[in-house]
Design a protein around this ligand. Structure first.
Ligand code: FAD
Length: 474
């Protein structure tokens, strides 16, 4: 049983007092708009009782203190582009929308770092860094909408993770409002530290359950002047999936290695009204991006890559311009165009196990009668199989079908040393599956951390781990 209180007019008045009336919304339009994030299945929708728009860390502190005083749950929210129902207020209460904290406070080109408020749109940071000849390497396909705080909270991956790692690897330090309303500066602008616990990495990927991130200091890198995107074309998935390990072993040091199966290519080309080579022939693409600091090195790597691909069964390799990334990044929008309830799996396995898991997908498709398209950050072992509800099942029927699919799929992933999410997180959507697949001692540690830091369980309850049994009102 949840132990929370409803939001009262008294609490709404106090919220208006610590911010301004304009920053506190209880109109039905707002409540409906915030009942979901990127999730399209109404099974998961849940309305907040109030939505607040803080403009400073100090205001976030006051909101958190009030939530504890009134025992009302808080759901932190950035752009709401998450696909694990992480920003859905499952116990209602207060949604804290951070989009107004959207300033890049400092960008130091000489020392290659930037200090951002949490609500800075990731693409804006990328563009600002590029203006200084620098790269911000966090690059989820949602970069033009998602925000830096949301990226850190979910440890977003994306398209440059092979070379630069995921969002957590971009972070020097974080400012976090704890669930009890203190402000913690976690981490610092250091290359190394053996001083205490690595709290910034505990917060990264904690999905808003351990506090609200209000400021992020990120690393920047020099922009490499020579970049090529090579598309290697394969007739079978197996040949394509065997390529990443070989590319990495050859020292090509790619920025990304992405995969799109033929069904994904056909769907996205149709959505974008784009014609691409070999798509009509039923082929898959492996897209490899390589950055270099001199032309000679770039040419050498291109040649080596083409040789490797051909030796591995590629029937053609062609250099693509930036539009190849439009094709790759618009894939989710193309799926939404077919089915707004589409499900995005994002399991991750060791690179050498990619063929072992992907060859089981046709059997699972057959067993559950699922139509799926597949794209993958295959350089990271992170596979997005997307079941699409082409039969027009009801939200409830679709929910049940996906749950049955998960119960079958995830044990297979874990048996190969994988995990159910490589970048999207657990959120509310995979809460049950996470509890089932995670060994009891690990789950115990996670719950103990949560309980110690959030004694009233007000911070994004119902996400990542179910604490309701641990917080029964006395
Ligand atoms: C078209 C599309 C493409 C995508 N591509 C990728 C991709 O390539 N890689 C990838 O990893 N993801 C991808 N995603 C998923 C999503 O964009 C990422 O998970 C992103 O990091 C979410 O950021 P957001 O700002 O929208 O956060 P939200 O969805 O608002 O929140 C995500 C989670 O973080 C918590 N949270 C948000 N802000 C804070 C904060 N300041 N402090 C504490 N907790 C907070 C929320 O409570 C929630 O649990 C994609 C989504 C779409 C729609």
């Amino acid at each position: 049983m949840a132990h929370f209180n409803p939001v009262t007019p008294e609490l709404v008045e106090e919220l208006k007092r610590v911010m301004s009336p304009k920053q506190v919304k209880t109109d039905e339009d707002y409540l409906v708009a915030y009942q979901t994030d990127e999730e399209g299945n109404s099974h998961y929708f849940s309305k907040p009782e109030v939505v607040v728009f803080p403009e400073s860390t100090e205001q976030v502190v006051e909101i958190v203190k009030l939530a504890n005083k009134y025992l009302v749950p808080i759901t932190p929210r950035s752009a709401g582009s998450g696909v694990a129902c992480g920003a859905i207020p499952v116990y209602h209460g207060i949604v804290v929308e951070l989009e107004r904290m959207n300033k890049i406070l400092k960008l130091d080109p000489d020392n290659m770092y930037a200090v951002c408020q949490t609500g800075v749109i990731t693409g804006d940071l990328q563009r600002e860094a590029a203006r200084h000849g620098l790269l911000y390497a966090g690059d989820p396909s949602s970069a033009d909408s998602s925000q830096i705080g949301g990226n850190v909270a979910n440890n977003a991956g994306g398209n440059k993770a092979v070379k630069y790692g995921t969002t957590r690897h971009q972070v020097y330090s974080l400012k976090v409002v704890t669930p009890t309303g203190e402000v913690v500066e976690a981490g610092s602008r250091l290359k190394k530290s053996s001083t205490g616990l690595c709290l910034e990495q505990l917060y990264a990927g904690s999905e808003g359950t351990l506090g609200i991130i209000t400021e992020v200091t990120v690393k920047l890198y020099p922009q490499a002047p020579y970049v090529f995107n090579m598309v290697c074309v394969f007739k079978t998935d197996d040949e394509a999936f065997a390529l990443p390990n070989k590319i990495l072993k050859a020292g090509i040091d790619p920025t990304s290695i992405e995969f799109m199966d033929n069904e994904a290519l056909v769907m996205t080309c149709k959505f974008l009204d784009m014609k691409m080579p070999h798509v009509d022939e039923g082929c898959d693409y492996v897209i490899v991006t390589v950055e270099s600091f001199n032309e000679e090195e770039s040419d050498r790597k291109m040649e080596l890559l083409c040789d490797l691909a051909e030796n591995n069964g590629s029937i053609d390799e062609f250099e693509a311009d930036k539009r190849i990334w439009t094709l790759r990044k618009q894939f989710a929008e193309a799926a939404r165009d077919v089915d707004k309830m589409f499900q995005t799996e994002d399991f991750v396995v060791p690179l050498d196990k990619i063929p072992d898991i992907t060859k089981q997908i046709p059997e699972l498709r057959e067993k559950y009668g699922l139509y799926c398209v597949t794209v993958a950050h295959i350089g990271d072992g992170n596979i997005h199989v997307l079941p699409l509800n082409k039969e027009g099942l009801s939200p409830e029927e679709w929910f049940n079908k996906i749950k049955a699919f998960h119960r079958d799929l995830f044990p297979r992933v874990y048996a190969l040393g994988g995990k159910m999410s490589g970048e999207h997180g657990i959120g509310f959507k995979k809460l049950d599956e996470f509890a089932k697949c995670t060994p009891a001692p690990e789950l115990h540690v996670i719950k103990a951390i949560k309980k110690a830091l959030d004694p009233n369980n007000i911070m994004n309850p119902g996400k990542l781990v179910d604490m309701t049994g641990d917080f029964v009102q006395e």
